[in-house]
Write a protein that binds this ligand. Structure first.
Ligand code: XMP
Length: 505
């Protein structure tokens, strides 16, 4: 097995995931307990994850130097490499330039870590500090235009480090680098590990037993898979709630209801709650406050409706990235409060059940295939629980929602017409709240600016914007300014994640 020391990276869990995908067990441990755990568990390799802090910060997370004397191969990733530099006789200093997102890395491939790779690869970075002197005994095996020491190797001690993130899908050849470390350097032997729906069904039964449960169904794949697993587990003791928050896309509620009634046997209750949501959001402009209010409103609506059913369990489709971005691990920084994790108030009357808590989206898609969930649900784009509220910058009002719905529908229609819908992660419009000057006929017109965001991703932790053909962009823009009266300008969002997140709020 491989032990991963978690310094709070947003993608620490992904390292474990990649190793698990190879068929090798991997576990995440904390820096304080690392030496003890490593001595007890005797892993074949150790990975030091990234993390948000600096090795020079007051409370910097460091590790016991004895870990480097145990004759176990070590690989440092991002902050992990900086720890190796700092603790093993090298030097780390604040970078001159922040570096987030894609860059090109030149590799020396005459070593075990980069064996078989091309000499230039596209990698994803997310850092500020850099190693300026390699650890004693290590040589430089990778550089980017901004970072001279982007990868190091001490082939005698089996120590390696990279400044970029091999675990994210967007680092080309990242899996090969991790495979070189785990399978060739650490000499692990892979065994096939599978996700078994039956075991998840059994797990849910053990928690809920003969009690009644409600499931928060959004129409997306995560909550649908959770509902199907729970239905298999407790049958008619499950009632699914679909809450129409008023923050939905055009025709969304009607389509979801039709889809569920046609495909699934579980009991479904539709709750119309637009007025409560809009009332609670009145005057609110701060994105985190919006998210918290929506999380709280959801739970109160569930409580009110679950009382008559005598249901104490609430099943949610929370997946791992929701947790990690809402600060689900000890040293991780909070990126945003996902409505179904950090947005939930402390006091509520439910025991929360989250069957997919440990999974990534692509794993959930595989699970959905095993459960024979219809393709339309599997390939439906992700839609965040807070809905259009996090795509309207500033206060959310019915009027703004209506403008955004019209623009959003055009984006999705055109993407579908171009045959791209199933190939991308999400395509949507954002009401930016920026008013700009336009000219309509011969008159001045002062109106709204819509941003279009079309992105591709695999596991939500990183994303790239889609290079849509110009004629398609032109059609989307022309239709929005012609068909949505209030809008005078359309812009295309060309930012990767990191540094931007997918949603604007
Ligand atoms: P970000 O904006 O964090 O989005 O890069 C990553 C993915 O998560 C979705 N998202 C959410 N989903 N509740 C959800 O159910 C939320 O509060 C939430 N916030 C973001 C987002 O649409 C994207 O697919």
């Amino acid at each position: 097995m491989i032990l991963i020391i978690d310094f709070g990276s947003q993608t620490c869990h992904l390292i474990g995931r990649r190793i698990r995908d190879m068929g090798v067990p991997a576990e995440i441990i904390l820096p304080d307990e690392a030496l003890k755990e490593i001595k007890n568990r005797q892993p074949r390799g150790i990975i030091l994850s990234g993390g948000p802090s600096s090795v020079y910060a007051d409370n910097a997370l460091l590790i016991d130097n004895k870990i480097f004397n145990l004759n176990i191969p070590v690989m440092g990733i991002c902050y992990g490499l900086q720890i190796m530099g700092h603790q093993l006789g090298g030097k780390v200093s604040p970078g001159k330039k922040k570096e987030y997102g894609p860059t090109v890395c030149r590799l020396k491939t005459d070593n075990r870590l980069f064996n078989g790779l091309p000499d230039t690869i596209r990698v994803w970075m997310s850092h500020f500090d850099t190693v300026v002197k390699p650890p004693l005994g290590a040589r430089v095996i990778g550089s980017t235009p901004h970072v001279k020491i982007a990868a190091v190797a001490d082939e005698e001690k089996y120590f390696y480090g990279v400044q970029f993130h091999p675990e994210v899908h967007h680092t080309k050849y990242g899996s090969m680098i991790l495979e070189n470390f785990v399978l060739s350097i650490c000499q692990e032997t892979p065994v096939k590990i599978e996700v078994k729906p039956d075991e998840l069904v059994k797990g849910i039964k053990e928690i809920i037993g003969k009690n009644k449960a409600v499931c928060a169904l959004s129409g997306g794949i995560d909550s649908t898979v959770s509902a199907v697993l729970t239905y298999k587990s407790i049958g008619q003791n499950l009632t699914c709630f679909y809450v129409d928050t008023g923050l939905m896309r055009s025709n969304e509620t009607e389509e979801i209801i039709k889809n569920f009634r046609n495909n699934f046997k579980f009991k479904l209750k539709i709750i119309k709650a637009e007025n409560i949501f809009l009332e609670n959001l009145k005057g609110v402009t701060d994105p985190e406050e919006k998210r918290k209010i929506i999380g709280e409103t959801f739970i109160r609506v569930f409580e009110n409706n679950a009382r008559s059913l005598n249901a104490r369990y609430l099943v949610q489709g929370t997946i791992y990235p929701d947790i990690i971005e809402s600060k689900g691990t000890l040293h991780a920084d909070k990126i945003k409060t996902h409505h179904n994790v950090g947005g939930i108030p402390v006091r509520h009357g439910f025991t929360i059940v989250e069957p997919l808590r440990q999974f990534y989206k692509d794993e959930v898609r595989l699970l959905a295939g095993q459960l024979k969930i219809p393709e339309t649900v599997i390939h439906r784009h992700v839609f965040p629980g807070p809905g259009l509220a996090v795509r309207i910058i500033g206060e959310v009002t019915k009027e703004k929602l209506d403008i955004l719905r019209k623009a959003d529908l055009i984006v999705v229609e055109e993407i579908k017409k171009a045959g791209l819908y199933e190939k991308i992660w999400m395509a949507f419009a954002v009401l930016t709240g920026i008013k700009t000057t336009g000219v309509a006929g011969d008159e001045r017109k002062y109106g709204e600016t819509i941003a279009v965001r079309v992105i591709e991703s695999k596991d939500t932790m990183t994303a790239d914007w889609v290079k849509l053909p110009y004629p398609l962009l032109a059609r989307i823009s022309e239709r929005i300014v012609n068909e949505v009266f209030e809008v005078v300008r359309v812009v295309y969002d060309i930012t990767t994640k990191p540094p931007a997140t997918m949603e604007w709020e």
